[in-house]
Design a protein around this ligand. Structure first.
Ligand code: PEP
Ligand code: MG
Length: 322
C-alpha cells in the first residue's frame, strides 16, 4: 500500500473526468519541507509561523524570520509558499505575552487582532515576508480576519514596508498576493464583500467549525459536538467557495477537514478545487482525487447539506465515497 501510494508522487492531481485540482501542503517548520518534497507537494498552502515565536523568551528578529522563510522558499523550488502571519492567542500561547487572562481567549485579542495592536512587532514580520518575496512565489496570508478594515490595514502596512524597502533599494515582489483566511463565519457568509480586498482565500475549518457551532476546539467536554458535517458548516464552506469563484479569487482549504480522507469527495462536490493538507496525508488525498469522478458529486453534496439526522448524513457520505 505504501509503495502504491508512493508511485503517485509525480502523478498529476486530476480527477477521473479531467478536473485539475491543486494539492499543496501545510508546514510549521522549514524542516517540514523534506516531508513535502518526499510526497511531491506542489507548494505550501499554509506555513504556520507562530512556531518561530514559541518556546523562547523574546520574539524573533527580522533576520530570524527572513532565514526561516528563505529556507522554505528555496526548498519549494519555485512553487508557491503561503506564509501566514502570526496567529497567537487562544490555543497558541507564548511566554512574553500574557493572553491567558481573557474570559474568552478564542474570541479575544488573538492573531491579526493582536498583530494590529503591536505594530512594532508585526512590522518586523511584514518586512521579513516582503523582503523574502523577491526570492520566490510568496503569498501572505492573514489569520482570524473578521472585519474588512483589518485587511485594509494590513495592505496599508505592507505598502509602508514596501516604500521603506524601495527607498533602501531592497528588492521585493510588488505584486505579492495578500489573502484572508476564512475561519470566522462572518467572512464565510460575506466572502463576496471581502473579495475586492483579498487576492485569495483559504478556509480554516478548525476555527470555522469552532466559531460556527460555538464549540471550543480544545475543550474535551464538548468535542462530541465538533462536527465538520454539520449542515451550517457545509453551507458556509459552499457559500464561501461560490462567492470567491464568482469574484474570480482563488480559494483553498487548509483546515484539517481537507486532510481527512473521508471528506475529500464531499469537498470536491462543494466546489473545492484547491487543498492544502498535512504532508503525511497528501498522497492519500491525491489517490482519492485521482479516483474520483465529479459527475453527481455536486448533487450528492447538495443533498447532504439538507439532511439533519447524523445516521442519514453518514450513510450518504459513505455512498459518496464508494
Ligand atoms: C484552521 O483554523 O483551520 C487553521 C488552519 O488554522 P489553525 O489550525 O492554525 O488555527
Ligand atoms: Mg485557525
Amino acid at each position: 500500500y505504501r509503495t502504491a501510494l508512493g508511485k503517485l508522487k509525480n502523478a498529476p492531481t486530476i480527477t477521473k473526468d479531467g478536473t485539475p485540482i491543486s494539492l499543496q501542503a501545510n508546514i510549521e517548520f522549514p524542516e517540514d519541507m523534506l516531508a513535502v518534497r518526499r510526497v511531491g507537494g506542489e507548494g505550501v498552502g499554509l506555513y504556520r509561523t507562530e512556531f518561530l515565536y514559541m518556546n523562547r523568551p523574546t520574539p524573533p528578529s527580522e533576520e530570524e524570520h527572513f532565514d526561516a522563510y528563505l529556507r522554505v522558499i528555496r526548498a519549494a523550488k519555485g512553487t508557491p509558499v503561503t506564509i501566514r502571519t502570526l496567529d497567537l492567542g487562544a490555543d497558541k500561547q507564548v511566554r512574553y505575552q500574557d493572553l491567558s487572562t481573557a474570559t474568552n481567549p478564542a474570541l479575544g485579542l488573538r492573531a491579526i487582532r493582536l498583530c494590529l495592536r503591536d505594530l512594532k512587532m508585526f512590522k518586523i514580520q511584514l518586512r521579513a515576508i516582503t523582503r523574502v518575496s523577491a526570492f520566490g512565489q510568496v503569498r501572505m496570508m492573514i489569520p482570524m480576519v473578521s472585519g474588512i478594515q483589518e485587511l485594509l490595514q494590513v495592505r496599508n502596512l505592507v505598502s509602508e514596508v514596501q516604500n521603506e524597502l524601495a527607498r533602501k533599494s531592497i528588492k521585493f515582489d510588488q505584486a505579492m498576493p495578500i489573502g484572508a483566511m476564512v475561519e470566522v463565519p462572518a467572512v464565510a457568509a460575506c466572502t463576496d464583500l471581502y473579495a475586492p480586498h483579498s487576492d485569495f482565500f483559504s478556509i480554516g475549518t478548525n476555527d470555522l467549525i469552532q466559531y460556527t457551532l460555538a464549540i471550543d476546539r480544545v475543550d474535551d467536554s464538548v468535542n462530541y459536538l465538533y462536527d465538520p458535517l454539520h449542515p451550517a458548516v457545509l453551507r458556509l464552506i459552499k457559500m464561501s467557495i461560490d462567492a470567491a469563484s464568482r469574484h474570480e479569487k482563488p480559494i483553498s482549504m487548509c483546515g484539517e477537514m481537507a486532510s481527512d480522507s473521508r471528506y475529500v469527495r464531499l469537498l470536491l462536490g462543494l466546489g473545492l478545487r484547491s487543498f492544502s493538507v498535512n504532508p503525511e496525508a497528501l498522497l492519500e488525498v491525491k489517490q482519492i482525487i485521482i479516483n474520483s469522478d465529479m459527475t453527481g458529486l455536486a448533487r450528492s453534496a447538495g443533498k447532504l447539506m439538507r439532511l439533519t439526522a447524523h445516521v442519514d448524513i453518514l450513510e450518504l457520505l459513505e455512498h459518496i465515497n464508494r
